[in-house]
Design a protein around this ligand. Sequence first.
Ligand SMILES: NC(=O)C1=CN([C@@H]2O[C@H](COP(=O)(O)OP(=O)(O)OC[C@H]3O[C@@H](n4cnc5c(N)ncnc54)[C@H](OP(=O)(O)O)[C@@H]3O)[C@@H](O)[C@H]2O)C=CC1
Ligand SMILES: CC(=O)[C@](C)(O)C(=O)O
Ligand SMILES: [Mg+2]
Ligand SMILES: [Mg+2]
Length: 412
Amino acid sequence: MASLASRSASQALRNTARRATPRIVSAATKPQVASYSLLAKAAVAAKSTQKSASSEGVRGIKTLDFAGTKEVVYERSDWPLAKLQDYFKNDTLALIGYGSQGHGQGLNARDNGLNVIIGVRKDGESWRQAIEDGWVPGETLFPIEEAIEKGTIIMNLLSDAAQSQTWPTIAPLITKGKTLYFSHGFSVVFKEDTKVIPPTDVDVILVAPKGSGRTVRTLFKEGRGINSSVAVFQDVTGKAKEKAIALGVGIGSGYMYDTTFEKEVYSDLYGERGVLMGAIQGLFLAQYQVLRKNGHTPSEAFNETVEEATQSLYPLIGAKGMDYMFNACSTTARRGGLDWAPVFEKANVPIFEQLYESVKNGTETRKSLEFNGRPTYRKDLAAELEIINNQEIWRAGKTVRSLRPDYKSESE
Ligand SMILES: NC(=O)C1=CN([C@@H]2O[C@H](COP(=O)(O)OP(=O)(O)OC[C@H]3O[C@@H](n4cnc5c(N)ncnc54)[C@H](OP(=O)(O)O)[C@@H]3O)[C@@H](O)[C@H]2O)C=CC1
Ligand SMILES: CC(=O)[C@](C)(O)C(=O)O
Ligand SMILES: [Mg+2]
Ligand SMILES: [Mg+2]
């Protein structure tokens, strides 16, 4: 057993070693010839440039080769804490809204030593949550309009529906000299529906963490950082991009890649409806149902669908890629996975095409604005999520998780 296991592990390792190392080119030393050895040398040069750049506080932008396409990335190491704090020393970050992003971004920016205040509607759920996290009414926690008046950088982290609803009230408060920041292209891109049209005399920027606000916080606390995209919609000061990157570091990003408001919102709405949330729930459920119909126990069906995925195989994809995960499984599994992947791909492409179109033509936006704009949005969403929670698959999952040695009560 042991020797078999170690054999397949070492094979996986060999396969990994064969894979091309990500290629790095520094902007300063961009080589003209894209040969592996030149690029590898450039990588070393880029690393040393980066080191001295961060110690001298000079910005170094890196161009990386993403599977044959060169893209610029911005790293936290370019913004040492002292430089970051100095850059924002005259600013007040007024973070409006305290959902999962408000929580993650606000606490990270505060821990990074920036001046942060929170603006939410008084005595709502978020107000209560903010107090719990140590924001103090009258000092660092204010009603929305008051916070915007006090802030120089207005970080609009209300729900997308609320950004649209509150816009007529808050727009006049976003005066010349302030900066308007979003974590989603939604409001600005779908302006026909949201009616959010930024004033023409302020910088309008975006930092969109590519993950839940919960992990924006936990990754920061672990000393890592969430990956974020960064974009400029309007640059009146000439400093919009630099400010966006610095804010991205301030809120706890590890690295940032370039996007536009439009590309961000299209990809984000698509991804969350797809593989990140909608498709994965649909796929898990479909697989589980067929197992149950064929007489498998809930325990077996759950383990073979969700537990093994999240606890064993998917972390391997996260660590070293898809082929690594395949190589860490049996040859039998590899044969079958290779055969069935194209079948699932073919079946799903039309659905993904349909989804992208539904995002692009604004259907998804309008649904979200209507539903999440209701005063009862929290209750209504909770009711539908309760249906998922009550599905047999997820009820079975609770028992499976309770058997983990490190199990802790899930009631908090
Ligand atoms: N969640 C995430 O992980 C990610 C979110 N984003 C984007 O970040 C932004 C914030 O998202 P998220 O943190 O999830 O927030 P939510 O969508 O959960 O919105 C919550 C906030 O909106 C407020 N709100 C809702 N309705 C109203 C209203 N009618 N008037 C005033 N305030 C209202 C809530 O206050 P109250 O408690 O008083 O109702 C709460 O503070 C969005 O643009 C989102 O797309 C980007 C990346 C990831
Ligand atoms: C977490 C994230 O990036 C999402 C799924 O796009 C969102 O919460 O909107
Ligand atoms: Mg997202
Ligand atoms: Mg999203």
